[in-house]
Design a protein around this ligand. Structure first.
Ligand code: NDP
Length: 497
């Protein structure tokens, strides 16, 4: 580093804190076009912001390590899981989903969990949430679902005026009931990012080199347990310190109080998938633990704060399409769509060469000469190597015994008809929501807080007809829930009148 200030191309600046001016006797000054220092300072400031993520904009993150803790070689050939004790570097970014970059951490929301494992066979990304299910199972509904949780196009308000949109979206797409049961229970307002769990939600495949595979779901569980705020404490904290979670995570790591999670999979044989009572590619459903118990594969520790938030966390790009050999996608339509949408979003937000940015760069060697040039390419760009595949001058390197990329799988044969997918909703879509309502029943005061959380939101909806439809909707989960919700909400409406 130079011991004095310079311009961006190294030329020394005598005084970076004063513009060059043509001055008259009375103290006025005209700035000069030749003052490159002033022009560059202003021009760069104007361009400091990159587009914020359309979802998952507000986040905290840190680096750490993933350690394989249990032998998994019977289910996957992934190198980072090949040996007990093997460690790989990791980056984790934990976010809210709907609100903007400057929003409060403790707003009620699903929390996203982007995780990049820098393995010796390339980057393995998992994009998880702190709830194990999602609101829709058809990816074409994703933008509408998110917009219904964001700002109103006329008022630009995100609170009470949007209640109608949120409510009307979910009434019109009732498959989201299970996810709503997660969002409105205490886990919708975590006390700390160190005390949340993360779930893949999607079904993935663990594959082996012999061509066999298993379906899996990933569970990442906080060693110190899940801890939540009540709605009141979350709201108060949002006012007092909107960056509460960010600060908590940073300070804990700074003090050496490293957060740790145990990492598990549920494992299903493909034969069982054909006859299992739930569609395993439906992201609104879990696999009940009693059917598919958790099996530990690893441990995750976050132990290093970012040196620079922008370069380490804001420029980070995660995608479920980043899969190492031994892990493969399943036929979950939401997963398939996200495998397109995430890199597409990164190309828009960061540019076509975003994988070259330090925080995204693979620690395993990269040889991808069919991806070159483009804006902001700051690699050696493969020098004189052929820019087409199949050259006799420099044949494509094939590592003897090398594993093929997992996204190219030959496990399944598909025969079917091309048709529009209508996501019909039946009683089975409410069963797991009911199971969760019962889980809440086993935790003191939790059902009551759940009812209060939904009622606090719903009481802002001005239409009695809409409120009534919501009571019926939740009655399908449990009649008593519907009744209690009506009682508490209408009391709030009456009190506010
Ligand atoms: P079990 O009856 O075996 O166990 C209940 C599970 O509920 C716990 O393992 C815990 O998951 C989770 N849980 C506890 N408190 C809450 C809460 N406040 N909000 C959300 N989840 C909570 O579970 P089943 O597998 O039979 O599923 C019953 C219901 O539990 C499901 O319908 C689902 O809504 C929920 N659940 C199930 C998960 C699964 O993958 N099977 C994962 C998470 C929730 P954890 O240990 O992960 O904290």
């Amino acid at each position: 580093m130079a011991s004095f200030y310079t311009g961006a191309e190294g030329c020394p600046y005598p005084n970076p804190n004063a513009s060059v001016q043509l001055r008259n006797g009375s103290g006025g000054g005209l700035v000069l076009l030749q003052d490159t220092q002033l022009i560059e300072t202003l021009a760069h400031f104007n361009r400091e912001r990159i587009p914020e993520r359309v979802v998952h904009a507000k986040a905290a993150g840190a680096y750490g390590e993933f350690e394989c803790t249990h032998d998994c070689t019977d289910i996957t050939s992934a190198s980072f899981l090949s040996k007990v004790g093997k460690k790989s570097d990791v980056l984790v970014r934990i976010s809210t989903v709907g609100p903007e970059r400057g929003s409060a951490d403790t707003t009620r929301d699903v929390h996203g969990w982007g995780m990049k494992i820098y393995t010796d066979e390339g980057n393995q990304d998992f994009v998880c949430n702190n709830i194990p299910v999602f609101f829709v199972r058809d990816p074409i509904k994703f933008p509408s679902m998110n917009r219904s949780h964001k700002r109103h196009p006329q008022t630009n308000l995100s609170d009470s005026d949007m209640v109608f949109a949120i409510t009307s979206f979910h009434l019109g797409n009732p498959e989201g009931i299970h996810a709503l049961m997660h969002l409105f229970n205490d886990r919708g307002t975590p006390a700390s990012l160190r005390n949340i769990n993360a779930y893949s939600g999607h079904t993935y495949k663990f594959t082996k080199e012999d061509g066999s595979f298993k379906y899996i779901k990933l569970h990442i569980k906080a060693q110190t347990g899940v801890k939540n705020f009540t709605a009141d404490v979350a709201a108060k904290t949002a006012g007092e310190n909107p960056d509460f979670h960010t600060q908590d995570l940073f300070e804990a790591i700074e003090q050496g109080n490293f957060p740790t999670w145990d990492v598990f999979v549920q494992v299903m044989d493909p034969k069982e998938a054909e006859t299992y009572r739930w569609n395993i590619f439906d992201m609104t459903k879990v696999w009940p633990h009693k059917d598919y118990p958790l099996r530990q594969i690893g441990r995750l520790t976050l132990n290093r704060n970012p040196q620079n938030y922008f370069t380490d966390i804001e420029q980070a790009a995660f995608s479920p399409s980043n899969m190492v050999p031994g892990i493969a996608p399943s036929a979950d339509p939401m997963l398939q769509a996200r495998m397109f949408a995430y890199p597409d979003a990164a190309r828009y937000r960061l540019g076509v060469n975003y994988q070259q940015l330090p925080t995204n760069r693979s620690k395993a060697p990269v040889y991808s000469p069919f991806q070159r040039d483009g804006f902001m390419n700051f690699s050696a760009n493969y020098g004189a190597d052929p820019n087409y595949v199949g050259s006799s001058l420099k044949p494509t390197p094939v590592k003897a015994g090398g594993k093929v990329s997992s996204t190219i799988t030959e496990h399944e044969k598909w025969v079917g008809e091309v048709s529009s997918f209508t996501s019909e909703v039946g009683p089975e879509d409410f069963e797991q929501a009911t199971a969760l309502w019962r889980v809440l029943g086993g935790q003191e005061g939790h059902q009551e807080r759940f009812v209060g959380n939904v009622a606090g939101h719903l009481a802002k909806a001005k239409s009695a007809m809409i409120r009534s439809r919501v009571y019926e909707y939740f009655s399908q989960v449990d009649k008593d829930l519907g009744r209690r919700l009506r009682e508490v909400t209408e009391a709030k409406v009456a009190a506010a009148a």
